[in-house]
Design a protein around this ligand. Sequence first.
Ligand SMILES: Cc1ncc(COP(=O)(O)O)c(C=O)c1O
Length: 426
Amino acid sequence: MKSFLNLNSDELLIEYKNLLKDYNEYKKLNLSLNMSRGKPCAEQLDLSMDLLCGLNEKSDCMSKDGVDCRNYGINDGLPEMKEFISELTGIDKENFIVGGNSSLSMMFDVISYFMTHGSLGNMPWGKQGKIKFLCPSPGYDRHFSISEFFGIEMIEIPMKKDGPDMDLVAKYVSEDSAIKGIWCVPKYSNPQGVTYSNEVVKRFAKLKPAAKDFKIIWDNAYFVHDLTDEETPLLNIIDECKKFGNEEMPIVFYSTSKITFPGAGVAFMACLGQNLKDFKKMYSIKTVGFDKLNQIRHIKFLKNKKTLLEHMKKHRKILRPKFKIVVDYLEKEFKENPILKWCEPKGGYFVSVDTYSNCAKRTVQLCKEAGVILTDAGATYPYKNDRNDSNIRLAPTFPSENELKTAMKLFCLCAKLAFIEKKLEK
Ligand SMILES: Cc1ncc(COP(=O)(O)O)c(C=O)c1O
């Protein structure tokens, strides 16, 4: 195939007319496919059905210490749940709070707490005037929505192959005391699938923030979500920060949302020192206790690291062919016609693509008009503003393989149409 980059206007117009014919045929199919959010498919959810059968007898509801999980109490999580997450993450069990059904809601709680109560004796963020957060981008749209909700100004930080641009992070953080934090998805990042290198984690640990109350929000949502048989290592941010006296900087989050059932899983956070005291106190006021029946159900089902990793292998078996479909289509259609770039992730839930400048919105719109919904273009940037208008997040997990093939054919077609439209417009 001749690259579109080498075609003149007349040749592009011929291509456009041919592609448009195909596109109009797709429109007649009345498709209704959704590739917009990273949701597990039904087959993945089926893997965890036994979770629902774990509590049949009264004795099933007793923790190993004899706590009756049907009742109030134990605010920061069952000890066996803390042991489980500690074995998985290498973080001391004492540093965990086991929460409710959503790690995102714990992140919201943490930001909300700092806004109203501050950290380490400093004035609450909400009373310090304009405050700012660094936002490695493209990133997770819901992190950015939390910042926006609290009126926190967002500063975009470009992502590199091994994590955020740390020169820029170090510079901003050391020079501006209004910068209070940074959002990080350090493993198989959403959407690019980037895992932070050892050097990047170490540079985080060594930061010298101008703000005494600077926080690293370390959202390790995809910590066991490998797509290959080889796990990609990630340094333990808490251990690294301790080495530099920065142990109060990181707050780390995990959940079982994409291990068992999203919205009905178990969330965890870990932090040290005053942070841990503050959040334990906050939760003791916010709730009389999280859902311990769900915690005990999860521990009975997931058991330990070994069994959890076996369970994740089953997810992998379902997901790997789907990611392969996406990457194969991209390779087939764009390897020799490089009007679009993509990342091939080794884990996580997304494939991130970058169209030529100013083509992402139009690509998404064309897909939508033909019945395939993608994440809105721009959603992966603070204020939904991708200045290049080029990033699109593809979420291959939810549709069936056949639906995905159809969606990808259409996506490739739309990306080409959008490119030619832009070119001819000029
Ligand atoms: C990076 C990231 N963090 C958090 C979440 C949500 O996690 P939870 O279901 O535990 O709230 C998601 C869901 O897509 C995510 O991609």
